[in-house]
Design a protein around this ligand. Structure first.
Ligand code: AHM
Ligand code: MG
Length: 331
């Protein structure tokens, strides 16, 4: 497995699609290349004085960091050329960027969060990039306002002690790890399956005052010893959705960012559907896990605008089903 590069993996998969033009392989390679550039920026940021605020808010009202802007520019630059991508929606773009004219007909629509977990930028903490890919249909903004099941691939790049590229496509999840000496991503885990039950939970408990009652009861349940094992779930929260989700993908458990009452303008929690919830839900389902709003699958949620949000409970089948039961019983 250690001599399978990302490119070799993609070429092997492409053989199952005789109609393939090579554009998808090109697109994934470009996203991986952007990951290498972002990882390089992150490694240098403390020495180069590139930490801190860009003194600007994005359209969601979040403070933009200098590196949010740098990473967004990297992705826009490398997705824009060659008419492969028609439209790109990013957390850091007020409006989606249109890359291909009607005549050029790019085949794909890409949604991305260039730096997820931005509050970790200044403290050298774990960070990520999230992406979801749809086929171009109408060739207009309407292509964005569709179910997450329209995605043909999704994944993330995890910037931790090692940089890893996680790709869900064709119903399978594969993990590639970056090697600096060769500049390549090598396949390190193939056909990954999420445990059906785990022992971790990730949630910002500082928000518990604003949670609905069923959420408080659910988390209390996770902290109550299991009658069979005598063990409770462990809290593992890093303020990086990608980092927290990756642990849950490997070890099982649940990540939650539920709806709460902290801000009447944001009744659906914090996370955005197109470039946070849909892509990770796609990865979770491809690995045998689940992603739910509490009331139904996240992949079935259709956003009404580019930065729309939804509640997210994502992870092992067992924990997500239990959370849905608490939500159902509260109705
Ligand atoms: P970001 O994309 O602006 O960084 O926001 C998303 C992040 C997630 O990575 C993380 O799980 C969550 O926001 C943390 O939010 P909070 O500080 O409210 O716990
Ligand atoms: Mg984010």
């Amino acid at each position: 497995m250690r001599d399978v590069t990302l490119t070799r993996y993609l070429i092997a998969k492409q053989k199952f699609h005789p109609e393939a033009t090579g554009e998808f392989t090109d697109l994934i390679n470009r996203i991986a290349f952007c990951g290498k550039l972002v990882a390089r920026e992150l490694r240098r940021s403390q020495l180069a004085g590139r930490t801190g605020s860009a003194h600007h808010e994005n359209v969601s009202g979040d403070e933009q960091k200098k590196l949010d802007v740098v990473a967004n520019d990297i992705f826009v630059t490398h997705l824009e050329y060659g008419s492969i991508v028609t439209l790109a929606a990013s957390e850091e773009l007020d409006e989606p960027a249109v890359f291909a004219t009607e005549r050029e007909r790019g085949s794909y629509v890409v949604c991305f969060d260039p730096i997820d977990g931005s509050s970790n930028l200044d403290v050298n903490g774990t960070l990520g990039t999230i992406f979801g890919i749809r086929r171009r249909r109408a060739g207009s903004l309407a292509d964005l306002f569709t179910s997450g099941r329209e995605q043909v691939a999704a994944g993330y790049i995890l910037y931790g002690p090692a940089t890893q590229f996680v790709l869900a496509s064709g119903g399978e999840v594969a993990v590639f790890t970056y090697e600096g000496e060769t500049g390549e991503f090598f396949l390190t885990q193939d056909r990954l399956r999420m445990p059906t039950k785990g022992t971790n939970y990730a949630v910002n408990e500082g928000n518990s005052h604003f949670w609905h009652e069923e959420m408080r009861r659910f988390v209390a349940n996770l902290k109550t010893p299991d009658p069979k094992t005598g063990k409770t779930h462990r809290t593992r929260y890093s303020a990086s959705l990608v980092g927290d989700f990756h642990r849950i993908l490997l070890e099982g458990g649940i990540y939650l960012y539920p709806e709460d009452t902290s801000d009447p303008a944001k009744p659906n929690g914090k996370l955005r559907i197109l470039y946070e919830c849909h892509p990770l839900a796609f990865v979770a389902e491809a690995a045998g896990g689940r992603a739910s709003t509490g009331k139904g699958p996240v992949l079935d949620v259709i956003p009404e605008k580019p930065h729309a949000r939804c509640p997210l409970a994502i992870g092992s089948e067992s924990e997500v089903a239990l959370y849905e039961k608490y939500v159902r019983e509260s109705e």
